[in-house]
Design a protein. Structure first.
Length: 88
């Protein structure tokens, strides 16, 4: 079952996003299991939204790559994850 991820980063910056992206997705290439990825600035900071093939693929990538990269970038927090019901 596909899952969605929304990660709001209050105070997050484009520089932090690029640092993490370059570390975990060299060449801006999606990792296995990721279907879509979007990111951009918000009034509060930065937001990332993704769709993954499965919760297992997301968890494997998040725990193995993203969590350590977030720590190195000084970002704390936990994304919201939800089961995908519909896409258009």
């Amino acid at each position: 079952m596909a899952v969605g991820l929304i990660f709001d980063v209050p105070g997050g910056t484009r520089a932090q996003y690029e640092q993490i992206r370059d570390e975990v997705a060299p060449g801006n290439q999606r990792p296995p299991g990721m279907l879509y990825h979007v990111a951009g600035a918000t009034e509060q900071g930065w937001c990332v939204a993704e769709i993954w093939e499965s919760e297992e693929a997301l968890t494997r990538f998040f725990d193995g790559k993203i969590r350590p990269a977030l720590q190195r970038a000084g970002i704390d927090g936990q994304p919201r994850v939800f089961e995908i019901f519909n896409t258009m």
